[in-house]
Ligand binder design. Structure first.
Ligand SMILES: [Zn+2]
Length: 267
């Protein structure tokens, strides 16, 4: 009898913990919808990810100029889609962070994934402190010293919570690629989907190609931002050196609300 009631209480307690976790998750993962009437405010947080001297020297010199091609890219593409917003994305740089975001679990169960999402949101909230709250999207850019294989870890963008995690190299020559990846993850948070083959990494035709009806099709000259790479020959693709070699394709433009029946007929 007593044993039964103890088990009963335990069950209620576990249920309450579960409800609390879910409530916390929903509270911290609000999705902000973007209407493109005002610029999307993006805050980039540079992270000294491996603590090496080369990394430190690089991240300490980082300023708004280091990310200005992200704004330029979105302004140029918005003009092509006649968005009516000169600067659709505004980037600001947050103070340097010395701690790493919670590690993304590999092939996580639902509980592990949920637990990571909660840890991630608490970590973000902790980094922001009391002064933040006005950014629409937060991009955490982890810098590694050139040659450190951790710089090649997968980057990701979460639409829920509007967070992007970017891994890159602390090297001026690689900043163009870092910003390309940041723009890709930023677009995920705004509703865009990947347009490349997960097995091979190759961009998918036609949506993942910058010029899908080009004759001949190869070599492509630019990358569709969600396709992720420039397909040079049928078997060979490469990362573009910067956002100057990237564009937003029609499928991505539809997903983020830049293109559609309502947008093209302003009555
Ligand atoms: Zn992606």
């Amino acid at each position: 009898m007593q044993r039964n009631s103890l088990l009963g209480w335990l069950r209620v307690f576990l249920l309450l913990v579960l409800v609390a976790i879910l409530a916390l998750y929903l509270l911290l993962s609000s999705t902000r919808s973007v209407d493109w009437l005002d610029p999307v405010q993006v805050r980039i947080y540079p992270i000294n990810a491996d603590g090496r001297d080369t990394t430190r020297r690089y991240v300490e010199r980082i300023d708004a100029d280091s990310f200005s091609d992200i704004e330029t890219f979105f302004s140029r593409e918005a003009y092509r889609y006649r968005l009516g917003l000169k600067t659709p994305v505004q980037v600001e740089v947050a103070p340097l962070i010395e701690s790493l975001p919670p590690q993304v679990p590999k092939q996580a169960s639902i509980v592990e994934a949920l637990w990571w999402a909660i840890k991630m949101r608490l970590w973000v909230w902790w980094q922001d402190g009391w002064q933040a709250g006005d950014a629409d999207v937060r991009i955490f850019m982890s810098f590694y010293a050139p040659g450190n294989p951790q710089g090649l870890q997968h980057s990701l963008g979460l639409q829920k919570g509007n967070i992007g995690l970017v891994n890159g190299y602390a090297d001026a020559d690689r900043q163009g690629i870092n910003n390309f990846v940041a723009a890709h993850e930023l677009l995920h948070t705004l509703g865009a989907s990947d347009k490349y083959d997960r097995e091979t990494g190759k961009p998918l035709w036609p949506d993942g190609f910058a010029d899908p009806v080009k004759e001949p099709l190869f070599p492509q000259q630019r990358a569709e931002i969600m396709g992720g790479r420039v397909q040079i020959t049928p078997g060979w693709s490469l990362l573009p050196p910067s956002l100057a070699h990237a564009m937003i394709g029609a499928a991505t433009a539809i997903e983020i609300g830049w293109l559609g029946p309502a947008a093209s007929e302003p009555e």
